[in-house]
Write a protein that binds this ligand. Structure first.
Ligand SMILES: Nc1ncnc2c1ncn2[C@@H]1O[C@H](COP(=O)(O)OP(=O)(O)O)[C@@H](O)[C@H]1O
Ligand SMILES: [Mg+2]
Length: 335
């Protein structure tokens, strides 16, 4: 069996707001094997970023709080680690490309220092050597004239440039786990594909694992071997890449797939209308008694509104949280 580098077990994260308790992450479990790229997908607001911030102990508190669950990295429970120990894990063993670059860039430090710093802190190499390595990484993420840019401050760079600096910062220490939260959204398509290849290259070279968070199923198709689909704070489907695209079980996954242009459809000259999933994500404040997707589901039936389905294995390597799928796959009834 492949060894897991990261295991999240039954994680729940709540936000305590004046309006009530928001269950942003609701009993989520997932694992990533050594060297694996796991895709984490779902609409905006479904809990992808909160799940990933929990790994590094970066949930803003208050209002957020990890309510329950365990997060194991290489067998060690990150939640029971002190802030000091966790600081060593961050940036050295696990690094993160944040969805919003300015959250991780320091506005008053030149970017060269910021890319070099993790090397000086975690690998204890000299400032000069670290700056030389920083130039190489800025070059790899396609920042033009990196020797000059070293001395610039984040506000002097465009959004896309800032995102690339952050990607360089995250990769410079060659982490064992790279968490990339919508890493290429601010980048144009050609730079996006270069950055994805750079990540893939580093993974290949160092055997790191990659948690790739995106709402772009095209990016997932290019990078991931296995995919976790989240909806309203819960995992609703886990599948290998091919199964996800060819036989998705959960009606939410099926809806997501219908909302992307099919590969080749434009080349074939057909203009396909993209189907959006009708309705909106339920409020995370009110506990729902049945399935959280019931109000938007084209296959809803009575039990869906009464009891919440569990995430269950439907077939080898594929799990879904859906009553209809579970009934029809098991007994042939209700299909
Ligand atoms: N600082 C916060 N205060 C209150 N609620 C928050 C905060 N951050 C996130 N949330 C809640 O967590 C949910 C999940 O957010 P997030 O993980 O950022 O979604 P995603 O990354 O999938 O778009 C949001 O819908 C929101 O309700
Ligand atoms: Mg997010």
């Amino acid at each position: 069996m492949e060894e897991n580098l990261l295991e999240i077990e039954d994680l729940s994260v709540h936000f305590h707001t004046p309006e009530g308790i928001g269950r942003a992450v609701d009993h989520v479990s997932l694992s990533i094997a050594k060297g694996e790229t796991l895709g984490l997908v779902g609409e905006s607001g479904c809990g992808k970023s909160v799940t990933s911030l929990s790994i590094l102990g970066l949930i803003p508190s208050p209002p957020g709080r990890i309510h329950s669950g365990h997060i194991y990295f290489d067998g060690k429970d990150l939640r029971s680690m002190g802030e000091n120990a966790l600081r060593h894990v961050r940036g050295r063993d696990i690094s993160m490309i944040f969805q919003e670059p300015m959250t991780s860039l320091n506005p008053v430090l030149p970017i060269g220092r910021q890319v070099a710093e993790p090397l000086m802190v975690h690998h204890r190499i000299s400032r000069q050597a670290a700056l030389e390595e920083a130039v190489q990484w800025l070059n790899r993420v396609k920042i033009p004239a990196p020797e000059k840019r070293l001395h610039e401050y984040p506000h002097q760079l465009s959004g896309g440039m800032r995102q690339r600096v952050m990607i360089a910062m995250a990769m410079v220490c060659r982490p064992r786990l790279l968490i990339a939260d919508e890493p290429t959204t601010a980048l144009d398509v050609s730079i996006q594909s270069q950055i994805l290849s750079l990540m893939e290259g580093l993974r290949h070279e160092t055997g790191m694992s990659l948690l790739l968070i995106t709402h772009d199923l095209g990016v997932v198709a290019q990078m991931a071997k296995r995919v976790v689909v989240m909806y309203a704070g819960q995992v609703v489907e886990v599948a290998g890449l091919q199964d996800l695209f060819e036989r998705p079980f959960h009606p939410y996954t099926q809806g997501l797939l219908k909302s992307i242009p099919r590969l080749g459809s434009r080349a074939a000259g057909k203009k396909e209308r993209l189907k959006e999933i009708k309705g909106t994500v339920p409020s995370l404040l009110d506990p729902v008694s049945g399935c959280k997707f019931a109000d938007r589901c084209p296959r809803v039936f009575d039990v869906c509104r009464e009891r919440q389905p569990e995430l269950e294995a439907i077939r080898d390597g594929q799990q879904a949280r859906c009553w209809k799928t579970q009934f029809s796959e098991r007994s042939g009834r209700y299909a």
